[in-house]
Design a binder for this molecule. Structure first.
Ligand SMILES: *Cc1c(COP(=O)(O)O)cnc(C)c1O
Length: 365
């Protein structure tokens, strides 16, 4: 038995009839960019999250870039983001010409440490991007209070956390605008790249719709400088099928996480991930923590079990962020996490035998 980090082929086998029918429907329609399927997905995702509008775009990274542009954030502006996240969060800020201002993360949730944000706010600060990392919600009450006090926008990076909740409200509905990714490995993933921006403000949604299609409302008459960043019809049709399964899949991820939590409770060299009070974690990744990461990865590999490091580098040490003036030691919690965290397999189709093998291998270590 070998156990991958996730098994998208197994997922497809379970929903093949519906997916194949959805794909066939699009092929027969002859319509491949935006259109009715995308409109329907936008409405369904917005309703799922409890927000007014969804705007389908080409990727989660583009969702972040378009959200920043729609809020008119650009050169001269500062945007507060966590130092420990997938690079796209920083890349998007750099792409619009603004300056990412990094903040260390909480050692238990790996989300931005809200207590450290106020010190980083300047006259130039325009927005905060909390990242609900690994599927765990950021501390949105604290972040919301800071944003209100200083007149800042909140852009949720909800790429890893669709279906997660904070005090009973879904992540993606807790800020001014939220960004989703439909990258295949995400909890709601397509069969290619895709993303969405969601918000309540109709004027912001209108601007996002312009930005994703060359800045025009009326074809060939651009009003602002936009992009070509539209969601494919095929991806939308596939995602509409999968959206119906999302809650069940997330529930299954939580069950597997509970099995792991239980099995790891007695191990002294490995810590299980934390779920903060009032938070519903959706375990996009199940992240263990250990000072013996290389040895554990090796033991897992010998047993045929995949594992992964998310992420090997904090943002301030990445090449594109070098110019920001940070140095090693500036974000100690993030730096330590980069050395000690490890993702082990978690996906809804995992069998009890596979879960046991992972636990036995970790226990025998
Ligand atoms: C995946 C991801 C993105 C970017 O999404 P893409 O669809 O891959 O462009 C942004 N932020 C975070 C935290 C992500 O995990």
């Amino acid at each position: 038995m070998t156990i991958p980090l996730l098994d998208l082929a197994a997922q497809y086998r379970g929903i093949k009839t519906e997916i194949d029918a959805a794909i066939q429907r699009v092929l027969d329609s002859g319509h491949f960019i935006l259109g009715e399927e995308v409109d329907a997905l936008e409405n369904e995702v917005a309703a799922y999250l409890g927000v007014g509008h969804g705007v389908g775009v080409a990727s989660g990274t583009d969702a972040l870039i378009l959200a920043l542009r729609a809020l008119e954030i650009g050169p001269g502006d500062e945007v507060i983001i966590p130092a420990y996240t997938f690079f796209a969060t920083a890349g998007a800020v750099l792409h619009v010409g603004a300056r990412p201002v990094l903040v260390d993360v909480d050692p238990q949730t790996y989300c931005i440490d809200a207590t450290l944000i106020p010190d980083k706010i300047t006259q130039a600060t325009k927005a905060i991007i909390p990242v609900h990392l690994y599927g765990h919600p950021s501390d949105m009450d604290a972040i919301g209070a800071i944003a209100r006090k200083h007149g800042l926008k909140i852009i949720e990076d909800n790429a890893q956390a669709i279906g997660a909740a904070y005090k009973g409200r879904k992540t993606g509905s807790l800020g001014d605008v939220a960004c989703l990714s439909f990258f295949p490995s995400k909890n709601l993933g397509g069969y290619g790249d895709g993303g969405m921006v969601v918000c309540d403000d109709p004027a912001l949604a209108e601007r996002l719709r312009m930005l994703r299609a060359h800045g025009w409302r009326r074809k060939y008459y651009p009003e602002i400088l936009g992009y070509n960043s539209r969601l494919d019809t095929l991806q939308a049709a596939i995602l509409r099928v999968k959206l119906g399964y999302l809650d069940g899949w997330n529930e299954r991820r939580r069950e597997i996480a509970a099995s792991y939590d239980h099995g790891l409770a007695d191990l002294s060299s490995i810590s299980a991930p934390h779920e903060a009070a009032g938070c519903r974690h959706v375990y996009h990744l199940y992240i263990i923590r250990t000072t013996a990461r290389a040895e554990i990865q090796h033991a897992l590999k010998m047993a045929g079990i995949s594992s992964g490091v998310y992420y090997p580098q904090p943002l301030h040490l990445t090449q594109p962020c070098r110019g920001l003036g940070y140095k090693e030691g500036d974000f100690p919690v993030s730096e330590k996490a980069c050395h000690e965290t490890l993702a082990i397999p978690i996906y809804p189709e995992m069998s009890p035998e596979q879960i046991n093998l992972v636990l036995e291998t970790l226990s025998s270590f």
